[in-house]
Design a protein around this ligand. Structure first.
Ligand SMILES: Cc1cc2nc3c(=O)[nH]c(=O)nc-3n(C[C@H](O)[C@H](O)[C@H](O)COP(=O)(O)O)c2cc1C
Length: 290
């Protein structure tokens, strides 16, 4: 097993942490995370990613502080930094892999926070020695969370509605585009619920999933947030990262329930509601031949 407890518990426990304690990270846990991130390189679409975990001692925390541009993140103990090849489907792969790193950090007892807009790319690029054929879409701070949230953190969370998620009826649909019920989802109800609880840029929750008429087949679509890119002058397409995160939650949870399957990028060319959506991938349960 990848984690020390069911991934469902870890997904339910994870939330974005923006202020950290001064406590250092234990050496054995640091090594565990280092090993995990360096071996976590194979995403579902096969683009090459690589990750490093950097930490600071109590004395040189100021050096880490200078890596954050807009000051929303306070006193991180370390960062996970990732780079991915500049190819199609790279951001979905990146989201999938970085989220696995984040779930492992959560399993180890640490807080994290996806940062896709509010960081200085060039300083992190130096740290990971970014190559010409690579991009650096996002990073996450890592560290022990403050036991009580600061006022600023509460304001940020409230403004994003970070504790809220859209209902099933807005996210998951059957082949007739009617809301999918938990009963219709069957054995896939928990993997879908774990998608619903995933983090997403500005908590927009762009995942739309359509269950095909065949059992165990789910089409993953992206609903674009108009203006998101302009709003934060964001460098990467964060919503494709969101889709990779959703695929990670879905696959890890399905796998723990013994539901094996594969991702397929052939567009099923559905019509109707999906005209306003972007197709990303289809999950095909292993008892399906398509
Ligand atoms: C791809 C991505 C980029 C994000 N970028 C930022 C960011 O730049 N700054 C920030 O404070 N939070 C960022 N977040 C965190 C989201 O705001 C957060 O996940 C969402 O509000 C839900 O809250 P939760 O993570 O506590 O469940 C990002 C999340 C994702 C998935």
């Amino acid at each position: 097993m990848l984690f020390s407890e069911p991934v469902e518990n870890i997904i339910r426990r994870r939330k974005s942490i923006r202020t950290y304690l001064d406590t250092s990270i234990e050496e054995n846990k640091k090594e565990a995370l280092n090993k995990f991130v360096s071996e976590n390189v194979a995403g579902p679409f096969g683009t090459k990613s690589r990750f490093i975990f950097i930490t600071a001692t109590k004395q040189d925390k100021d050096a880490l502080k200078s890596l954050i541009t807009y000051g929303m993140i306070k006193k991180p103990t370390g960062f996970i930094i990732g780079a991915v090849e500049n190819k199609s489907h790279n951001l979905e792969d990146f989201g999938y892999l970085m989220e696995k790193n984040i779930l492992l950090a959560t399993d180890l007892g640490w807080g994290t926070c996806w940062l896709g807009g509010t960081f200085s790319t060039s300083r992190f690029a130096q740290k990971i020695d970014l190559q010409n054929n690579e991009v650096l879409p996002a990073v996450t701070p890592v560290g022990y969370a403050m036991p009580r949230m600061t006022t600023i953190d509460s304001i940020i969370r409230n403004s994003l509605g970070a504790d809220k998620r859209k209902p099933w009826s807005s996210l998951f649909f059957n082949k007739d585009y009617k809301p999918l019920s938990v009963e219709q989802a069957g054995r896939y109800a928990t993997p879908l619920e774990m998608v619903r609880l995933a983090p997403s840029a500005t908590n927009f929750q762009p995942w739309r999933i359509i269950k095909a008429s065949e059992p165990d087949v789910f089409h993953f679509y992206l609903r674009r947030a108009p203006g998101l890119k302009q709003l934060f002058s964001i460098k990467s397409d964060l919503q494709r990262i969101d889709m990779g995160i959703a695929m990670c939650h879905f696959e890890l949870t399905a796998d723990e329930k013994g539901l094996k399957g594969k991702w397929n990028i052939n567009n099923p060319l559905l019509k109707g509601m999906v005209d306003k959506l972007e197709f990303i991938a289809t999950w095909i349960g292993s008892n399906q031949v398509m």
